[in-house]
Design a protein around this ligand. Sequence first.
Ligand SMILES: [Zn+2]
Length: 247
Amino acid sequence: MLIKLPNGLIDGLDHFNYCEIDELRGKHQNYLANRQLVEGNIGHLPLLLKDLIVSLQTKEGIQYKGKIEEVVYKLPSGDLETILIKVREKSFGPRYYFEADCPHCGANNKNLRVDLSSLELKEQPIEEILKPKTITLSKLQQEVELKPLFLKDLFEVIKIAKNKQDSVITSLVSTSVKRIGTNVNITSSDIDNIPASDIIEIEEAITNNTLEGTIDTNITIECKECNKEFQHKLQVFDASFFFHSKA
Ligand SMILES: [Zn+2]
């Protein structure tokens, strides 16, 4: 199955934004059932992705020559989500059942259904991918360049949620920062000393800029209990996303 990615990989003059994917096989079921890999973690993702991405291609069908296990770390999170959703679709069909708690009344809505093939791809045009997303901080007067989230950032986000309760804000901001001034090796300690009002500027820029193309996984649901509408985001990076659901 050949799918289109919302970002893709740029290498020299080539834009590899098509991906040939495989379906889930027995060994992948084993990864998904491995509690050490998946419990409160996303250890299954690199293992699944390196197997299920068969090739990356340009629109003209030129194949990317690099190693797939490295490609997995070079594609923005929107591409990874797209690949995982299409793998689920190829493996079990487009119908996906899920549950969601209503934020208005707390009711658990069961047997909600979405057609995975209908999720909208919001592509990032190549000019946008190549254009640096920068802001200049009002107080520090330094330029900050923002970046998409990659697989290692997703692991960092999970680590932050688990261990770094005392530095959640600076750690989360650091996953979207590529460069401050001339410093390109950004960690949360680089953010620690930035004035709070400058951090708010970075957070606003992260929210207001489209840092990467995505697949729209926000589903609008009408609560069966109170009839109010709410948004539910599909948890594509969870191992449970691949459990075979039926209703
Ligand atoms: Zn409700």
